[in-house]
Write a protein that binds this ligand. Structure first.
Ligand code: ADP
Ligand code: MG
Length: 243
């Protein structure tokens, strides 16, 4: 079977700054990969490249068989195929919870409104927040906002879900409710790339854990090996700094 994501030796620059240096990573369909590493190591940049929120300057990225290049005609389809959940939710503040989930479907998929509303209700129910549908994001807790953001992404029927530190802006008591929804998504077979330092989540859900430092992948291993017997000195130092 073709991989869901193929990243082959990519380089990315912000101006003169070489942010990703020859990064390669292949993610199989249904696989769950957790990415960790210190702040500034390039984790967000890497996953933003997967749905072309950032472009890369060398190497190849192929997502569900579509190569992300300069002549990308079907950017909308690439973004729909790889849903993204951000640290700071990025909900539309002037739209209700329901409309946050409905409008992107109408604009990007041309889904008829009735169908879009039905899908929104299905996914809001799935993240256990349908009762908040008429409210605005400003009226919700952080954990509720993040669950709405997950429902909104799922409404686009993505084949891949990308999470960029989805719980790091949340109060501790709200982290669990978001992680529980992510675990359920993983159990349903979703392909997931998750930037997080929630190591309990990584142990439970990840097929592989990737450690990044200074724009490169230092070590990739199954969770047991990664946490109990990391090979690289830099990985060991990082793990002891967060434990
Ligand atoms: P991480 O998510 O691991 O904290 P990022 O991918 O956000 O790392 O950032 C990696 C490096 O690239 C950092 O040094 C950051 O300051 C820099 N960077 C991130 N975004 C931009 C940008 N839009 N323009 C210039 N530099 C950036
Ligand atoms: Mg980041």
């Amino acid at each position: 079977m073709k991989p869901a994501i193929e990243i082959d030796n990519i380089d990315k620059f912000y101006g003169d700054f070489h942010v990703l240096k020859g990064v390669s990573l292949t993610v199989a369909a249904g696989e769950k990969v957790v990415v960790c590493g210190p702040s500034g190591s390039g984790k967000s940049t890497l996953i933003r490249c997967i749905n072309r929120l950032e472009d890369h300057q060398a190497g190849r990225i192929v997502v569900n068989g579509v190569e992300l290049g300069d002549d990308l005609r079907n950017l909308d389809a690439v973004r729909r195929d790889a849903g993204m959940v951000f640290q700071h939710f990025n909900l539309f503040p002037h739209l209700t919870v329901l409309e946050n989930c409905v409008l992107p479907q109408i604009l990007s998929r041309r889904t008829p409104r009735a169908e879009a509303e039905a899908a929104a209700e299905t996914f809001l129910k799935r993240v256990r927040i349908l009762d908040q549908a008429p409210k605005f994001p400003g009226q919700l807790s952080g954990g509720q906002k993040q669950r709405v953001a997950i429902a909104r992404a799922l409404c686009m029927r993505p084949r891949i879900m990308l999470f960029d530190e989805p719980t790091s802006a949340l109060d501790p008591e709200m982290i669990r409710e978001v992680l529980d929804v992510m675990v359920e998504l993983a159990d349903d077979g979703m392909t997931m790339v998750v930037v997080t330092h929630e190591m309990g989540f990584a142990r439970k859900v990840a097929d592989r854990v990737v450690y990044m430092e200074a724009g490169g992948i230092v070590e990739t291993a199954a969770p047991d090996q990664f946490f109990d017997a990391p090979e690289d000195e830099r990985t060991r130092r990082f793990l002891s700094s967060i434990r």
